[in-house]
Write a protein that binds this ligand. Structure first.
Ligand code: ARG
Length: 457
């Protein structure tokens, strides 16, 4: 097969080399963007009087027909043509004759591919944001529905202090809010139009690049032709955003796995998002959460992979950069699926309230409240910490909970204890006491829900 660039070559491409250098297997995914970009380029050529109106019209009609062939699954991909750009150009020439060869005037595949990925990513960012928003809303809904329910809060995975389940869920909504911010911010740098940069230097043809940008709804054009064809920062940024998002999902996945175990027992996943074991009939496995946690690895890998591809490249375009597409596509697919699976899994899950009595049974969750109580009675905090530690030790020895202590027992540990200490020992009062902005007290959590609902409407 004669390559479109074969003019200066005497021998044809080795089969092995052909397969090695081709990107068509995966970049065919960009066909609609490639055609959209070509139509805009064609209109720009017409406006610059490089193409006659009738020529432009014929080219555009041909491109639209090719788009339909793709949409109907009728386009015959030619594996021997390296990439999507060549496949479309060859087909255009088949359809409209040598005139098809005029489309590539003032353009290189270097600015063409830069445009295609930007168009693709711009679309995908919209979809990722919608999935992200949906998950945030599911979490907000769960926070509202389970408002008032208390769980142990942990540090070092040791029971620490009682908190509202809603407060815990909203912590993830905060993370997702930051993710959305990052996505919106990087979208600004994706949304820049590179055509007109051609191979690297710009073009001899008087193309009005701002006109092309307007046609393709880009608010900005790239400022430097070398940078425009060599820049993949916007993909790295997307992979970085995705890595952070996946890190958040993976942390939540880990909690879902823990919470749905019989050891924790806070959460029951629905049959629709769990799987059974082929050997142990009693098992209901949290595979959805585990897979999200597992898939985080490939997204981190793609980020480091692309950074490594880019790090040694001299300006401008280098073929290495063809390696940007598979990690990008896989990341987009992984992130969207993980977000949607998470929404489905959580929406259909049920939380099992722990009774305050059950909470009181272990973990001495209100020990810090006792220390604060002693401080309120004018004891220095360090001393109060020690006295409370002794109280816990006493309970452990006697095999009782803080609630089960009697006032005489407490008085033996410190004279400062009075009857009112039993108010602070209560799990509910402990939660209600954390009434600072951002704290876990009921009204504060309601305040968070109200604010987040406004932000995520
Ligand atoms: N398939 C190539 C890529 O993805 C398109 C650009 C090719 N440019 C070139 N000068 N060979 O990077």
């Amino acid at each position: 097969m004669k390559q479109l660039w074969s003019g200066r070559f005497k021998e044809s491409l080795d089969d092995l080399m052909l397969r090695f250098s081709a990107s068509i297997a995966y970049d065919q995914r960009l066909y609609a963007y490639d055609i959209e970009g070509s139509i805009a380029h064609c209109k720009t050529l017409r406006q610059a009087k490089v193409l006659k109106p009738a020529e432009a019209q014929k080219i555009i009609a041909g491109l639209k027909k090719i788009e339909q062939e793709f949409a109907k699954g009728k386009f015959q991909i030619d594996e021997t043509l390296e990439d999507i750009h060549m496949n479309i150009e060859r087909r255009l020439t088949e359809k409209i004759g040598p005139l098809g060869g005029k489309l590539h005037t003032g353009r290189s595949r270097n600015d063409q591919i830069a445009l295609d990925i930007r168009l693709f990513l711009r679309d995908e960012i919209g979809q990722v944001d919608r999935s992200l928003k949906q998950l945030g809303k599911v979490l907000l809904g769960l926070a509202e529905k389970n408002h008032g329910q208390i769980i142990p809060g942990y540090t070092h995975l040791q029971r620490a202090q009682p908190i509202l389940l809603a407060h815990h869920l909203l912590a993830y909504v905060e993370m997702l809010s930051r993710d959305r911010d990052r996505l919106a911010d990087l979208a600004k740098r994706v949304n820049v139009m590179p055509l007109g940069s051609a191979a690297l230097a710009g073009t001899n043809f008087p193309l009005d690049r701002h006109y092309t940008a307007k046609l393709l709804k880009f608010p900005k054009v790239t400022n430097n032709s070398l940078d425009a064809v060599a820049d993949r920062d916007f993909i790295v940024e997307f992979l970085s955003f995705s890595s952070l998002l996946m890190m958040h999902l993976s942390r939540l996945a880990e909690e879902v796995v823990l919470w749905s175990s019989s050891e924790f027992g806070f959460l029951e996943l629905s049959d629709r998002f769990t799987t059974g074991s082929s050997i142990m009939p009693q098992k209901k496995n949290p595979d959805a959460a585990e897979l999200v946690r597992g898939k985080t690895g490939r997204v981190f890998g793609h980020l480091v992979g692309l950074l490594t591809v880019m790090k040694g490249l001299p300006l401008a375009y280098n073929k290495d950069m063809q390696e940007d597409k598979e990690p990008l596509f896989d990341t987009v697919d992984t992130v969207k699926t993980c977000l949607d699976v998470f929404s489905g899994m959580l929406k259909s899950a049920r939380f099992h309230p722990l009774s305050p009595e059950a909470l009181a049974q272990s973990g001495f969750l209100t020990a810090t409240d006792i220390a604060d109580y002693l401080v309120m009675k004018n004891m220095p905090f360090r001393k109060a910490h020690e006295v409370t530690g002794k109280t816990v030790a006493f309970c452990l020895e006697a095999g009782i909970t803080l609630e089960e202590l009697s006032l005489p027992q407490l008085k033996k540990i410190s004279k400062v204890f009075e009857q009112d200490v039993f108010e602070v020992i209560s799990i509910e009062n402990s939660v209600a006491g954390k009434n600072v902005y951002g704290g876990t007290a009921g009204p504060r959590v309601k305040e968070q829900i109200r604010r987040l609902k406004r932000e995520w409407h």
